[in-house]
Design a protein around this ligand. Structure first.
Ligand code: NAD
Ligand code: IPM
Ligand code: MN
Length: 353
């Protein structure tokens, strides 16, 4: 078979060990019918430290030529741009540069994970985070003068429309569902205080009217934070501004076994790239302590995107089986009890179960 060309961006901190785990799982799951060819691309904080640029123009230009991009976390807090901000050193370049306007973050509680919460209802929802504007438009502009500082929160009509439409389409088509089976999109905003968010909610309603089969649901962001912890099984698809989505996705992660359980797709009309929601976790890097599940599930999202649905399904089933069988135990710290390598092996062993 003609190989799928996949770019790997190992990134910083725990990134290289996670990407290595995900590649092992993809190769084991591919079988004889699917060929994958991996090419490593250099980007991130360490690249910035060595070359003065987090991502060269040549590397960036090559990225859109791949069938898929699997990225590890990037950024090291001690590596800062001359303006004093760090910002992952890459998120802005890739997300804006590739116009990946959706950051899709599925939150699924797997069997065998110790619930930090009361109750037994399933948790299975998706955060759709706007990924190119909102409060993040201001990133990387420096801290200004000593006296005062402002950041701009920009929402454009096309920018809101496209991400809201994505959320409603996802609610129609995705496999998972909330506990009560009612397909819904929850608009998370702060429209009671900020006019940008009132604008967001207005457009949410306009687009939502075109989806009469999907329930329209609303939460102010503070209450959304509460309900994601207190009643997560209510949610199906949630759509929100960039900064809110950043915070609330890490909140959601805490209810399903930690950041190491959570993949993300940065998705546009053209190129997409897949990564964990978490960062480079520098304090646990190189110590076999990182949970590779986030990166492995990101690889499954990538497989879906490139049209290898069978491969995606096999990877997800193996992850689920490894947890269900008790072959991976996640400690309260977020690390797999037996280590990164053993967790990876447990998933590979579960392929075909
Ligand atoms: P972080 O997500 O790296 O770590 C937060 C906490 O979660 C730490 O205790 C860490 O040890 C733990 N953790 C994270 N992933 C884990 C995993 N797979 N298994 C077990 N434990 C895990 O956040 P941070 O420390 O605030 O940021 C570190 C760096 O990562 C910063 O430079 C930040 O800008 C960057 N970052 C990058 C991305 C990205 O590339 N998309 C995302 C978030 C943060
Ligand atoms: C994420 C990260 C990034 C963000 C940082 C590293 C710029 O936290 O992907 O969630 O805030 O978007
Ligand atoms: Mn984040």
């Amino acid at each position: 078979p003609t190989p799928y060309e996949i770019a790997l961006i190992p990134g910083d901190g725990i990134g290289p060990e996670l990407v290595d785990s995900a590649v092992q799982v993809l190769e084991a799951a591919a079988g004889p019918d699917i060929a994958l060819r991996f090419t490593t691309e250099d980007a991130g904080a360490d690249t910035y430290r060595r070359t003065g640029s987090a991502l060269s123009d040549e590397t960036f230009a090559r990225l859109s030529g791949y069938a898929g991009i699997l990225k590890g976390p990037v950024g090291l807090p001690e590596v800062r741009k001359p303006d004093g901000t760090e910002g992952g050193l890459l998120g802005g370049i890739l997300r804006g540069g590739l116009d990946t306007y959706v950051n899709e973050r599925p939150m699924t509680l797997l069997p065998g994970i110790d619930r930090p919460l009361r109750g037994t209802a399933p948790i299975d929802y998706v955060i759709v985070r706007e990924n190119t504007e909102g409060l993040y438009l201001a990133r990387g502009l420096g801290v200004g003068n000593d006296h005062a500082c402002t950041d701009q929160l920009l929402m454009t009509r096309p920018g809101v429309e496209r991400v809201v439409r994505y959320a409603f389409e996802l609610a129609r088509t995705r496999d998972g569902a909330p506990a009560d089976g009612v397909r819904r999109v929850t608009c998370v905003d702060k429209s009671n205080v900020l006019r940008t968010f009132a604008f967001f909610r207005q457009i949410f309603d306009e687009i939502g009217e075109q989806y009469p089969d999907i329930e329209r649901d609303y939460r102010y962001a503070d209450a959304a934070g509460h309900d994601l912890v207190a009643n997560p099984s209510h949610f199906d698809v949630l759509v929100m501004e960039n900064f809110l989505g950043d915070i609330l996705s890490d909140v959601g992660a805490a209810t399903i076994g930690g950041l190491g359980m959570c993949p993300a797709g940065n998705i546009g009309d053209g190129t997409a790239y897949f990564e964990p929601i978490h960062g480079s976790a520098p304090t646990i890097a190189g110590r076999d302590l990182a949970n590779p599940t986030s990166q492995i599930l990101a690889a499954a999202m990538l497989a879906d995107r490139i049209g290898a649905a069978g491969l995606a399904q096999r990877v997800r089933a193996a992850v689920r089986a490894a947890y269900e069988g008790g072959h991976i135990r996640i400690l309260p710290t977020g690390s797999p009890e037996a280590g990164t390598a053993a967790a990876t092996r447990a998933i590979i062993d579960a392929l075909g179960d």
